[in-house]
Design a protein around this ligand. Structure first.
Ligand SMILES: Nc1ncnc2c1ncn2[C@@H]1O[C@H](COP(=O)(O)OP(=O)(O)O)[C@@H](O)[C@H]1O
Ligand SMILES: CC(=O)N[C@@H](CCC(=O)OP(=O)(O)O)C(=O)O
Length: 259
């Protein structure tokens, strides 16, 4: 049994369109797993969803960074996230010698899910439920790769923002959460990396419009976990090879969201 907290790594969808980025990330994950660090990968795939919706003649509307998901779009969203995105990452993991288990929030009772807000359609809000399935996988030295598709008690397939999915899973396994995006962390109004942010600084930058869209959702998800765990959550980049190396060594990268 591992003694260190599980590392919950969330990757954004842009990674899936970057072969080299995926290869580097999986090599880093393989090194950590070989050293006894349990790793749970949670992924998005917003850009693949965009592509698939466009190819099917559907339009996307986002409210506060969340995709409004009408019933006629859900099969496409599920296919892009739980299907294509999940399997692209499993394929990259296999290439790096990692044994992975592809899964979704709907598997193994890991979360409870309900509709978040009627205005968003089939968008889910999830709460941690039962870690048995994830711990079973992690204890084999395997890496769960989890998409953000959930299933409600009423049997609805729900689209969950992947940062919020990672939040629920990090709480579930009491893990260390690192949110990896295509930017080096939270940037200030001049595009410079901010090393550390607390709640009031976040509120100020959101009010100023410096932190917006997907980054607003991400930073708020990070803050929720930081406060729940009483330790910082890191927002960093999968693009940055140096950040990944530091992460493998257990160091801090990107922006630290303080509890
Ligand atoms: N202050 C900010 N710092 C960095 N990125 C920001 C900021 N405000 C908005 N963004 C946008 O947020 C994006 C990251 O969020 P998102 O697209 O949801 O990432 P991911 O798909 O990796 O989860 C960045 O690519 C950038 O366009
Ligand atoms: C409700 C909602 O917005 N769901 C997201 C799920 C994917 C996601 O979050 O992907 P990234 O991590 O790449 O942004 C979406 O449909 O785009």
């Amino acid at each position: 049994m591992a003694t260190k907290p599980v590392l919950v790594l969330k990757v954004g969808g842009a990674l899936l369109q970057c072969e080299m980025g995926m290869a580097r990330l999986m090599t880093a994950a393989a090194e950590m797993i070989a050293a006894g660090q349990q790793v749970l990968l949670v992924h998005g795939g917003g850009c693949l969803v965009d592509e698939q919706l466009t190819a099917n003649g559907k339009e996307t509307i986002k409210l506060d960074g969340l995709r409004v998901t009408p019933e006629d779009q859900i099969p496409i969203v599920v296919g892009a996230l739980a299907g294509t995105s999940n399997k692209i990452l499993q394929a990259a993991a296999a290439k790096a010698g990692i044994v992975s288990v592809g899964m979704s929030l709907g598997d193994g009772n890991v979360v409870t899910a309900k509709i978040k807000d009627e205005r968003l359609g089939l968008v889910g809000e999830v709460e941690p439920k039962d870690a048995t399935y994830l711990n079973f996988i992690l204890n084999q030295g395997w890496m769960p790769i989890c998409s953000s598709i959930a299933i409600s008690g009423q049997g609805e397939m729900l689209n969950v923002n992947a940062d919020q999915a990672a939040t629920a899973l990090a709480k579930l396994v009491n893990g260390t959460l690192v949110l990896l995006s295509d930017v080096s962390g939270v940037l200030d109004g001049k595009g410079q990396l901010i090393n550390s942010l607390n709640k009031s600084e976040i509120e100020y930058l959101v009010a100023q419009g410096v932190i917006e869209k997907g980054m607003k959702v991400k930073v708020e998800a990070a803050l929720e976990v930081a406060q729940w765990m009483g330790k910082p959550v890191q927002v960093a980049s999968w693009r940055d090879a140096e950040q990944l190396k530091t992460l493998v060594k257990g160091g801090s990268v990107g922006t630290q969201i303080q509890p």
